[in-house]
Structure formats: C-alpha cells, structure tokens
Write a protein that binds this ligand. Structure first.
Ligand SMILES: *Cc1c(COP(=O)(O)O)cnc(C)c1O
Length: 483
C-alpha cells in the first residue's frame, strides 16, 4: 500500500495530467498588464501528477472515510439519507449546469420554472402559501425566519426581542436568536419529553416575539400540544416558527401551516436527498403565511400576467438579500428531481417507512440500552448509554467501536436533556437486514461492555487512523500543506 497520503507527496517534477496548447506567449502579455508588486515571485507549488494517479488518490481517500454510499449512517436529526444518483444526472444536464447566474431572466425560463415548481411542491407539502428557496442552510432559514419576525413586529410598531425555545432544541436555534441580537427564553419539556401548553404560558410575555419548535422534536417525539401552544403564543402577539429539520417524519401526514405555524424552514439536504456540506452547499428553503409574504428575502420568483417568470427585486418590505444570485441552484434541481420522482404518494411512503424503520430498530436495541422516553417514536429515537457508563464504557466509546463494524456513529450527547444520549435515525431506505445487523452489533458492544470493556474503550481497532485527539485537532488546526 502507498504510504503517501497527501497528493503533494506524490508529485514528481515534470509529470502532467493534462495536455493544453502552449499559452506562454499570451500569458506574458497578461503578465505585462499586472503591476509588478502583484506578480508571483515563483511558480505556484502545485502537485505534478498524472491523471490516473489523481483518480486513484481521491478514490482511495474516499474509501478511508465513512459515507452513506459505503455503509449505514444512523445519524439523528440530520437525516443522512441515501441521495439517489438520478439527482446528480439531472443537476448535470448542461441546460442547468452551464447556465450563467447573470443570464437575463428571459433566457432562464427553464431554471425559473423549476424553482417555481419546487416552491409549489414545498408549499403543498407544508401548507404554507409562499416559499423562498433563497437560504442555503437550515440555520440560514432560521436566521431569515427571525428577520421576518422582526420585520413583522416592527411593521406593527412593536419591539419584541425574545424567542421561546424548548430545552430539547438543536443548537442552531438559540444561535440564530443571538445572531440577530435577541435573547432566548427556555421552556422545559415535560416528563413525556414534549412541550406542555403550561410551560409555554409560564414564559410568554409582551416582549416575546415568538416561539421556535422542532416537530417531531429532537427526541423523535411528536409535539402533540401545538394547537394549544399556537393559541397561547398568537394570543400574546407572537409568531411560531417550525424548525423543519425533522420533516422526514411528516410528509403527506402533517402540514405545519394547517395547525398554526407561521414560518418554517426545510432542509433540502436532509428530507429532499441533496448532499450535505459543512454549512455550505446545503439549501434551506423557508415557507411563510400570506401575512409575511411581503417580507420574504430578495429576489422572489414571480409570474407576470402573460405567464412569464422573472426575479422580482422591487419589494420595499423585504428583509433584503441573504445570498449571492439565487442560492444553491444545483441542489434545487436535485430536490426537484427527488420530489417529482416520488410524487405525493411516494413522499408519504418515505415518511411512513422512516417512522416504521425507527420504531422497529428502537424495539430491537432497547433490550440492551436504556430508553429514557418510552413512547411510539417518529423517524428517530434516543437511547442512553447510562447502563454501559456504570461499567466504564462511555457513549463516545460505543460510537468509536461501531466504526470497527463499518457503521457510522449515531448523534452523541444530544439532545442535551438525555445523559449519554445516542440519537438514532435509520431513514426509510435501509433494509430490514441492515437494521437487524445494526441491532446485533449494538448487542455485541453491550456484551463487550460487560465482559471486556477495554475492547470498547480502546476502539476503533480497524480504521485507517485510530482514536483522534479531537480537542487538539480543533485547537491546533493544520489544514495547509507546507513543503
Ligand atoms: C440540522 C438541523 C438544523 C440546522 O440545519 P443546517 O441545514 O445544518 O443548518 C436545525 N435544527 C435541527 C433540529 C437540525 O437537525
């Protein structure tokens, strides 16, 4: 095996992976136009390597990492579902992939039509009459939603600055609240793991702009008191926002707008099978009520009387732009492909199978692990490694041991209200055999915790690198190659 891990280490002077016409003459003319002080003193230290070696290098790296195309990925809340390859075929069609973002609307009718129809589909799924595809992540959807709330309250001459958030919330919720300079008020979940109307009433006040809620929540439980909660918040002059990250449990079953929510974000990279990325290449559309439509971010895809579509920037009440051009178009094509491939009934099947898979798996693993909230779950469930911790094996150790079996870890230590939490979301595409294999592995690890805990605490044993020093990796980041 090749011990050289960096492409720079494989570089051999004079090797090339391309053949292009000699452009040195033109280059020297261009150089002449660049002021001396901006010119490079020596050639860029790019790796010199032939194409087949580049391909092998990246393919080898890809199999060292765990990913959904290699094995089971039961990461909760973030819906790491399989991304059908047909999505990429559609996104690569030249009419989409070669469209320049500055092309005038009159030459972009196909792209605009796709955005219009995707927004229509999200509207149908959520019940919200208006959808903007502009935000590029769920968290940016939250940020946009809060700016909409602020615009709404200001237009009514009110200055409210607090948002109620349950203690089971995802970290981006309070972070979004502070990013617009507002404060979070925490509401405690009850003994069933959900929010009671009383808990909301206790913290509702005239300075509260609204409430943010995930449904099903991050414990995988359905918030069954939302209608009453909506009444309390609306009655007190606030708005309610649904964090749609867990929409994978709801499609064709529960429409947030029908029950009183005012704003929602969709994570296209979760529910709608587009690739995940570190806060970058996602897509986090938002849906809003009729009343909030005028505040939507710029531009809005609009339709003229003659039926043609255009990007509307003439919107005086808008919160403004969130992103260059129109967000993440290639991901809109992927999400559109997914929605059209499945259709309404197919999407309902997705949610039903996601819930069925989660409940089946929960019943299998609860034999060996604590289940703090024993209820019918939605698309995910949370178990605790409390029992194993007493034997000296922490949840982090269990997750590291899973890597030896070619399985990604569930979400660890979240939600915060469950000690030693493991949040498991199998998703709809996993087979019964995969779920049973995972349950068997979890059982084996539980046995090891009892009989040979050091096997678990020293894991992983079979990965290309063993246990990493995560704290040091974060504190002393080294992401550059220096000769
Ligand atoms: C993933 C997630 C978010 C944030 O979404 P991003 O698209 O990653 O920014 C917010 N809330 C919940 C419950 C999530 O699972």
């Amino acid at each position: 095996m090749d011990e050289k891990n960096l492409i720079y280490e494989k570089s051999v002077s004079g090797r090339t992976g391309f053949s292009l016409p000699d452009t040195r003459k033109q280059a020297s003319e261009i150089m002449a136009a660049i002021p001396e002080r901006f010119r490079r003193g020596r050639d860029a230290a790019l790796p010199e390597i032939a194409e087949p070696e580049v391909v092998r290098h990246f393919v080898n790296l890809s199999v060292k990492n765990h990913h959904i195309d290699r094995g089971f990925y039961p990461l909760g809340s973030c819906t790491m579902k399989y991304n059908p390859k047909v999505n990429d075929v559609a996104a690569s069609l030249p009419g989409f992939s070669r469209q320049h973002p500055l092309t005038p609307c009159s030459y972009s009718s196909g792209c605009l039509q796709l955005m219009w129809e995707l927004a229509e589909a999200l509207s149908e799924i959520s019940g919200f009459p208006h959808v903007s595809l502009q935000p590029v992540a769920g968290a940016q959807g939250e940020y946009a939603g809060l700016l909409l709330m602020r615009a709404y309250h200001r237009s009514r001459g009110e200055n409210r600055t607090k948002i109620i958030i349950p203690d089971s919330a995802h970290g981006t919720n309070p972070a979004s609240v502070s990013s617009i300079g507002w404060q979070t008020v925490q509401a405690k979940s009850n003994e069933d793991g959900i929010l009671s109307p009383e808990a909301v009433a206790a913290v509702m006040g005239s300075d509260v702009a609204g409430l943010m809620l995930t449904n099903p929540n991050t414990l995988g439980l359905f918030e069954s008191h939302i209608a009453e909660i909506a009444e309390i918040v609306h009655g007190g002059g606030g708005l309610i926002y649904i964090d749609g990250a867990n929409l994978n449990a709801n499609m064709g079953i529960f429409r947030p707008a029908d029950i009183g929510f005012d704003i929602m974000h969709f994570n296209l990279h979760k529910t709608f099978s587009t690739p995940h990325g570190g806060g970058g290449p996602g897509a986090g559309a938002i849906g809003v009520t009729e009343e909030l439509e005028k505040h939507l971010p710029l531009p809005v895809v609009a339709r003229r009387d003659d039926g043609t579509l255009y990007l509307d920037y003439e919107r005086p009440d808008s919160i403004g732009r969130l992103h260059s051009f129109y967000g993440n178009f290639a991901n809109m094509v992927r999400a559109f492909t997914y929605v059209r491939m499945l259709g309404g009934e197919g999407l309902r099947d997705v949610s039903e199978n996601a819930v069925l898979n989660a409940n089946y798996l929960k019943e299998l693993v609860r034999v060996d692990y604590e289940l703090p909230y024993d209820a019918h779950c939605m698309h995910e469930f949370v178990i605790s490694g409390n029992r194993q911790k007493k034997m000296g094996v922490r949840t982090a150790d269990i997750s590291k041991r899973l890597l030896d079996f070619g399985v990604h870890a569930p979400t660890n230590y979240f939600p915060l209200i469950v000690p030693e939490a493991m949040m498991v979301e199998p998703t709809e595409t996993e087979t019964r055999e995969t779920l049973e294999t995972f349950a068997d592995i979890m059982k084996q690890i539980a046995r090891e915790a009892e009989t040979s805990p050091e096997t678990v605490t020293s894991a992983p044993h079979s990965t290309p690198v063993r246990r990493l020093d995560e704290v040091r990796a974060a504190r002393e980041q080294d992401v550059c190659y220096i000769e």
